[in-house]
Design a binder for this molecule. Structure first.
Ligand code: AMP
Ligand code: ZN
Ligand code: FE
Ligand code: FE
Length: 276
């Protein structure tokens, strides 16, 4: 027995290319049993997604993905968070402000490389959380690159010419914030981190899960992270990291989670309404 769910998705409130309501519609069409919207550093898509979820009878919950400053791609997923929490919204706004400063830094580097880009061409591509994908999209519009992937390879990825270190919170700060607003924290896509980070300190700080069933993880990687989960007493979770068309991520939603895996997570997601 398995459950077809998606606990990791993005809309255009951060670096996805479709609206929160459209993420919900696609989830419904694709038969996703439970959907969680986890935009980067914002929960502003929650109301729109909830409205559509109620209309369509889609089981839905609010989440968030907090990008930390520790290396590239060290992201902490927050589940069961209260999207109306002022504490949460204030902190996320602060992180979004830092994202803007990082984008300015990247644009400065690009200028030194002879690639002219203005901040105004980048902001407006996201409703809330500006990131490197929006710089990539602006470069694509100008014909400098053909895809987000090419922009990351040539300019934006770690080690590339216009790379600027992320300015988000530390992992411990991200975990503390998620816990403070009633949620639980999960290490996102461990297979994308490029190296193994010592998990002990993060578990001590309150980390409760690890995204073992990530869409691009190989079978051996899934096995490995399931063993990691067992060793540290973490819940394995899973998701597709859907970002929508033209993002370099796969277009389909959904992952299959074993029944016993999902049944540990489900009661803590604060799932709203829906049939099925
Ligand atoms: P940022 O939040 O600005 O650090 O950018 C990180 C985001 O960029 C990730 O969440 C991905 O959605 C996206 N990303 C990272 N690497 C690539 C790539 N090679 N191609 C397309 N998107 C990427
Ligand atoms: Zn993203
Ligand atoms: Fe991520
Ligand atoms: Fe993500």
């Amino acid at each position: 027995m398995s459950r077809f769910v998606d606990l990791h998705t993005h809309s255009n409130r951060s670096d996805g290319t479709v609206s929160p309501a459209e993420v919900v519609r696609r989830a419904r069409r694709q038969g996703i049993e439970t959907l969680v919207l986890t935009d980067h550093d914002t929960v502003s898509g929650f109301e729109e997604a909830r409205g559509e979820a109620l209309r369509l009878g889609q089981r839905f919950a609010c989440g968030v993905e907090i990008n930390t400053r520790e290396g590239d791609n060290v992201h902490i997923l927050g589940y069961g968070v209260d999207p109306s929490s002022g504490r949460l919204r204030e902190s996320l706004e602060e992180f979004c402000g830092r994202r803007l400063r990082r984008a300015e830094g990247i644009i400065g580097r690009l200028g030194e490389l002879g690639v002219d880009l203005r901040l105004e061409e980048v902001v407006g591509l996201s409703r809330e959380a500006i990131g490197r994908p929006h710089v990539a999209d602006a470069l694509r519009r100008k014909g400098v690159v053909r895809s987000r992937a090419e922009a990351f390879r040539r300019y934006l990825g770690r080690g590339a010419a216009a790379y600027v270190e992320p300015m988000g919170p530390t992992v411990e700060e991200a975990i503390a914030l998620i816990r403070e607003v009633g949620g639980f924290a999960v290490l996102a896509h461990p297979g994308l981190l490029g190296r193994d980070f010592p998990l002990g300190p993060w578990v001590d700080a309150g980390l409760e899960g690890i995204e073992a069933y990530y869409v691009t993880h190989t079978r051996p990687q899934v096995q490995r992270y399931l063993e990691t989960a067992k060793r540290y007493g973490l819940m394995p979770t899973g998701g597709s990291d859907f970002h929508g068309p033209r993002t370099g991520h796969q277009d389909n939603l959904g992952v299959r989670l074993p029944e016993d895996v999902f049944s540990r997570i489900e009661p803590r997601l604060r799932v709203l309404g829906g049939s099925s």
